[in-house]
Design a protein around this ligand. Sequence first.
Ligand code: DER
Length: 225
Amino acid sequence: GDLMESKRIAGEKAVEFVKDGMKVGLGTGSTAYWAIQAIGRRVKEEGLQVQAVATSVQSEELAKELGIPMMPFADVDMLDLTIDGADEVDPELHLIKGGGGALLREKIVAAASKQLIIIVDESKDVKQLGKFPLPVEIVPFAYELTVKKLKKLGCEPKLRMNGDQLYVTDNGNYIADCHFDAIANPVELHDTLNGIPGVVDNGLFIHMANLVIVGSADGSIRSIS
Ligand code: DER
């Protein structure tokens, strides 16, 4: 449908920023999927010279399938560019990510990138973050205590399920989706959350995105930076 079209348009636009010789971070999710497809096509058709790292097992497998050369993190000092999706983007380019469960690896890779381009369909563009439940990655040990601490911050934390089992991330952790409804101060909340013992990281990406490409079904691209 239109939403998929918007994702594809945004993904392909972002790949125009990929140049020969770049070290690229590959995001995760249904929008990043289109960027990875476009990079694969350029590698195959133009012989684009890139080396990539992935932000999830899922994206790594897709990249390998497409013949995108992958490199070990040992060879990475800084990445030139990471292209990734988001669940919400606010006017200051703060993000909520983690809908796809990949927030920890995504934040590590984003933090190692000179440029972070976020690709979204128009439904992700919001005035204030928080309508989307904020994913928080927590370690399994004593997770019940960690969930109680999250609740004290004024949200309704719900452990993400995978069928009738607790969802487990690529890193062997759980995710609590925290329903805040509205997040007045994402900068402060980010640090408060990461100060809780048992919390590994959270889906707030503060001062990380350099450019957001918003695809829309009519093909028009709006970039905010
Ligand atoms: O899990 C993630 O962080 C994904 O990037 C997510 O935020 C966006 O996924 P989507 O492109 O499938 O909506």
